[in-house]
Design a protein around this ligand. Structure first.
Ligand code: NDP
Length: 267
């Protein structure tokens, strides 16, 4: 939480829309989390974002969990309304909204998702909800199979088949942590990609991963992870403050400052 970029983002929007509100980072320990949440609701807070390690506890605390959050198996946004706690997961919605803002139709064709962690689950759930065919491909095959079991309609592909499967997909998304600062890059063979393939990364530190650069070098369209981070904040702000904030270049620049733009040696 100490590394969260959310206070800066919401603080900027509060100022932009002249809203007399505040978004503050509040650390708490797991044992006190339920008491803290109920106390904030009682004190008149509009809601919360929840970060690791509190996401499961937050899910359990909700009086109502939105269908997408249930599919995603996690909540990241709590809304306090009429004495009730409503839980949402906005990661998948943020991913879709960012694609659309980039002029890309998420429903253009089947999507190949690399990874089977929390980000993969939220994105796959949102795509399946749109009716888009999703293939899950993870280094640890059993995790992809478990995830597919929780997401009706999702297909599974062996990790060794990922490059060969490209031609059958319209969108490729990296949701693994590879490429993140301090991690090795995600090496990928794009030779069998169709010309229309869009390649997206959810990693946003650095802003531009080697994975995206290798795709772009072959003329493929790429989408960076920062946009998802910005867009996933929109539904929470709208629910708490009653204004749907706009994600534009000024907001992007605000959050991008302080994030390394490119991968450094080894990452
Ligand atoms: P998890 O820890 O839940 O999942 C990590 C995934 O990475 C697993 O599928 C894991 O595979 C895979 N992985 C890790 N190391 C390797 C490797 N060496 N080779 C192949 N696969 C590997 O992480 P999250 O899903 O929570 O987050 C993943 C990334 O998404 C992070 O970089 C995070 O910052 C980013 N993220 C970005 C968001 C945004 O708004 N842009 C929002 C949420 C997350 P395995 O199961 O085999 O271990």
């Amino acid at each position: 939480m100490s590394h969260s970029r959310s206070p800066r983002l919401h603080g900027f929007w509060l100022e932009r829309y002249a809203i007399d509100g505040a978004y503050v980072p509040l650390p708490t320990c797991p044992a006190l989390f339920p008491t803290a949440v109920r106390g904030l609701a009682a004190a008149g807070f509009a809601g919360l974002n929840v970060t690791i390690p509190h996401k499961e506890a937050a899910f359990a605390l909700c009086d109502e969990v939105a269908p997408l959050a249930r599919q995603a198996g996690a909540v990241n946004t709590l809304v306090f309304a009429d004495g009730r706690i409503l839980g949402h997961n906005t990661d998948g919605i943020g991913f879709l909204a960012n694609l659309r803002q980039c002029g890309i139709d998420p429903a253009a064709g089947p999507v190949l998702v690399l990874g089977a962690g929390g980000a993969a689950r939220a994105i796959a759930a949102a795509l399946l909800d749109l009716g888009v065919p999703v293939t899950l491909c993870n280094r640890t095959a059993s995790r992809a199979a478990d995830l597919a079991g929780a997401l009706p309609g999702a297909q599974v592909l062996d990790w060794s088949e990922r490059a060969a499967a490209l031609a059958r997909h319209a969108l490729l998304v990296n949701t693994t942590s590879l490429g993140m600062l301090g991690q090795p890059p995600l090496a990928f063979d794009f030779a069998r990609a169709g010309g229309g393939l869009v390649v997206a990364d959810v990693v946003y530190v650095p802003l531009r991963t080697r994975f995206l650069d290798s795709a772009a070098e072959l003329g493929l369209r790429t989408v960076e992870g920062l946009g998802m981070l910005l867009h996933q904040a929109v539904p929470g702000f709208a629910a708490w403050f009653g204004v749907t904030p706009v994600v534009d270049e000024e907001v992007r620049m605000l959050l991008a400052s302080g994030i390394p733009p490119f991968a450094v040696a080894g990452g």
